[in-house]
Design a protein around this ligand. Structure first.
Ligand code: PMT
Length: 304
């Protein structure tokens, strides 16, 4: 048994997994019938529980901004999108209002609250887009919290999309834990501080890109992201991932500059994509440029 098979054997499927699989199947079938391309966008960070009755867990920084913004741009390019996201992470469309909602409201006739004219003008095109996407049933929301929930959904979604290759792509922007605690080492109840210092040994999570590319979705267009904090390591690590897993594209980004620049790395070349000053001034998001480029490359992939 491979390491990744052992991981799935040790971790039961999340609750309602069968329902999520049915939803994905129906969603993919509908959009294949309507001759649409489909993107799976993964977004946000996974958690690794420290207790079975989980009070504490290991988490990471990702808020899901990249995945949520990219989803909107894939939808703009006509794709149907499965948005596989961390529960409570940033969501497409809603992200434009969430944190500002109270500032955007004012009292209208009869004391009813309504959006101020300025906010209304800003929100209207986003709302219209959202309503259109809803009416067309082009966005499927699936949530995860823990690493194991994520991996179960990722595998099922990939297998489902494989039926629709080459018109389906994977855009793996989620920040996935590289470490976990084996099931038999996780205590049932809350770890007590009265017992003194506590040591946890984290095991390495098998790299799921390997079965994903070679077994679950061999004909899909697969884009993974590589996050580093050390600029000197980025290209080397991204190229290493491509050589190892043999997928289509790695988008490298550095923690502190990820909103302004990314590097597209393929086996043959690497190219920097950076927001220009005028684009920053116009508040253009880098995800717009990233998704444009990914769609171009996916189009070529479909033709071959
Ligand atoms: O959410 P934001 O704040 O907007 O941030 C966006 C982002 C920085 C999280 C995103 O742009 C990004 O880089 N996501 C990938 C981060 C990451 O997990 O990198 P990594 O080097 O740990 O993993 C590389 C690839 O291996 C990933 O595509 C991941 O899906 C895959 N992986 C990871 C762990 C694992 N056990 N198996 C895997 O296959």
């Amino acid at each position: 048994m491979d390491d990744w098979e052992k991981y799935f054997a040790e971790h039961p499927a999340p609750a309602h997994h069968a329902v999520a699989c049915e939803e994905m199947k129906a969603f993919c079938q509908k959009h294949v019938n309507e001759k649409r391309n489909i993107a799976l966008v993964t977004s946000g960070g996974t958690t690794v529980p420290l207790e079975r009755n989980t009070v504490r867990f290991v988490d990471n920084f990702s808020a899901g901004t990249r995945g949520a913004a990219s989803t909107e741009y894939f939808l703009n390019h006509g794709y149907a999108v499965i948005f596989l996201h961390r529960d409570e992470s940033i969501r497409p469309f809603f992200r434009h209002l969430n944190s500002r909602v109270l500032d955007a409201l004012q009292e209208g006739p009869g004391g009813l609250l309504q959006l101020s004219p300025a906010h209304s003008a800003q929100i209207r095109p986003i709302w219209q887009n959202y309503q259109m996407v809803r009416a067309e049933g082009r966005l499927l929301w699936l949530t995860f919290t823990s690493l194991s929930d994520y991996l179960w959904l990722l595998r099922s979604a990939t297998q489902c999309l494989q039926q629709h290759a080459p018109k389906a792509l994977l855009y793996l922007a989620a920040a996935v834990s590289d470490f976990y605690i084996p099931q038999d080492k996780i205590p049932e109840h809350k770890i007590q501080s009265s017992s003194g210092p506590h040591t946890v040994t984290l095991q390495i999570v098998p790299k799921m890109l390997s079965p994903l590319v070679s077994i679950w979705g061999p004909e899909l267009f697969v884009v993974s992201f590589k996050l580093e904090t050390d600029e000197k390591k980025l290209i080397e690590k991204a190229t290493g991932a491509l050589q190892k897993y043999k997928h289509d594209l790695v988008i490298g980004n550095l923690l502190h500059t990820r909103r302004e620049e990314v590097t597209f790395v393929t086996e043959k070349s690497s190219s920097l994509l950076r927001l220009m000053e005028h684009q920053k001034a116009e508040k253009i998001e880098i995800e717009k440029l990233i998704v444009e480029e990914v769609c171009n490359r996916h189009r070529k992939y479909i033709k071959y």
